[in-house]
Design a protein around this ligand. Structure first.
Ligand code: GUN
Ligand code: ZN
Length: 369
């Protein structure tokens, strides 16, 4: 279980099969985010149809509502959500930082005020693992601290050292062999701090490693070198997961640097705001051009929206505030990222990744994003 078999390599990019209890997935892959036990507006059948391979769930949201005990009573996230495939849950620390109020971070863990009812909640490494075991995902994440950007170097150092002690506590209480725990490498955009985090984290030899602390507001010129540096020092034969990254160009860049897994709310969130991802860049469906266009969103796309609807019809749905509009844009955007990863895998297999990526970027950025 949790074997990671690399099948093709092209430069630092690779195609691999990753075995999990609920099925084998092919990487590089993008994971849709189902924060509250649902990928907003998209049914499990639709997820399967568009090629989703693994869904992300959130400890923070699900422990507050409906509570992990209720999810466990349904047999965990697969039974609760009726999505039968593999799940990954994030550990909660990151969401506390972005959503919780009046938080206090100590060696013990994080105390925060629930965004739902203002009650005080204590989240520790032990509690995070307990919740993640109840949620029953195939992959669970270490409880870490993700400093904001920018942050003081000294703070990032203290924080990554604490993240290592939290990792040890997570592994100490973890009790289920059918779940793989991934450690998270922090250190912000500083090479020496990421080196320190790697030095502290690699000895735990977890079945996979995540690149954390990135895509938190730093410029891409700082994120890419940090990804290159970290991915280049992670073990070759284990999956590498770049957390919270989901812009198409960041996926292509990440794959080039040897990243295998990505997740982000971007495709569904931008879809709800009326934007469609296409090979010609991001299309604003609230602008005037799509209103009379008889073309599909993306001529190369095989999703339900592109097979059946014109841009004009979808723009009408958005303007009329019909719920099918954001639903179809979310479905299309997820399919776009899955197809992007399918094309990346085919290019790696053919030994043409660099040429494919250059051609894709030239087209994607031609009209501006
Ligand atoms: N999601 C995006 N970045 C991070 C991170 O650094 N840690 C965790 N746990 N989740 C994330
Ligand atoms: Zn489509």
């Amino acid at each position: 279980m949790f074997e990671f078999d690399i099948q093709h390599r092209d430069g630092r990019a690779r195609v691999a099969q990753f075995r999990t209890p609920r099925g084998t997935v092919t990487t590089p892959m993008f994971m849709p985010v189902g924060t509250q036990g649902t990928v907003k507006g998209i049914s499990p059948q639709e997820l399967t149809d568009i090629g989703s391979q693994m869904i992300l769930g959130n400890t923070y949201h699900l422990m507050l509502r409906p509570g992990e005990t209720l999810v466990a009573a349904h047999g965990g996230l697969p039974g609760f959500t009726a999505y039968p495939g593999p799940f990954l849950t994030d550990s909660g620390g990151f969401q506390v930082m972005s959503l919780g109020h009046m938080r206090k971070i100590t060696e013990e863990g994080v105390v925060f005020k629930s965004h739902l009812d203002g009650s005080l909640v204590n989240l520790t490494p032990e509690r995070s693992i307990q919740v993640q075991e109840a949620l029953g995902a195939d992959i669970i994440m270490a409880f870490d601290e993700c400093p904001p950007y920018p942050a003081e170097r000294e703070y990032i150092l203290r924080s990554l050292e604490r993240t290592e002690r939290w990792l040890a506590r997570c592994l100490n209480v973890k009790s289920r062999s059918e779940q793989a725990l991934f450690a998270i490498v922090q250190g912000g955009v500083h090479e020496d701090l990421r080196e320190r985090s790697l030095e502290l984290t690699l000895p735990y030899d977890t079945p996979g490693f995540a690149l954390g602390g990135l895509a938190v507001g730093e410029p891409k010129e700082e994120m890419y070198p940090a990804v290159a540096f970290t991915a280049g020092r992670l073990p070759e034969h284990k999956p590498r997961y770049l957390m919270g990254v989901g812009h198409p160009e960041d996926l292509v860049a990440g794959v080039a640097l040897g990243v295998d897994m990505f997740d982000c709310v971007y495709p569904t969130r931008t879809g709800r705001f009326g934007y469609a991802l296409t090979d010609e860049g991001r299309l604003n469906m609230n602008s005037s051009a799509p209103r009379t266009s008889m073309e599909p969103l993306d001529s190369g796309c095989d999703c339900y929206a592109c097979r059946n609807y014109t841009r004009a019809y979808l723009a009408h749905l958005i303007r009329a505030e019909e719920m099918l509009g954001p639903r179809m844009l979310s479905l299309h955007n997820l399919r776009y990222l899955h197809r992007l990863m399918e094309r990346a895998r085919a290019a790696i297999q053919a030994g043409e990744f660099h040429a494919w990526a250059s051609a894709w970027a030239a087209r994607y950025f031609r009209q501006g994003v």
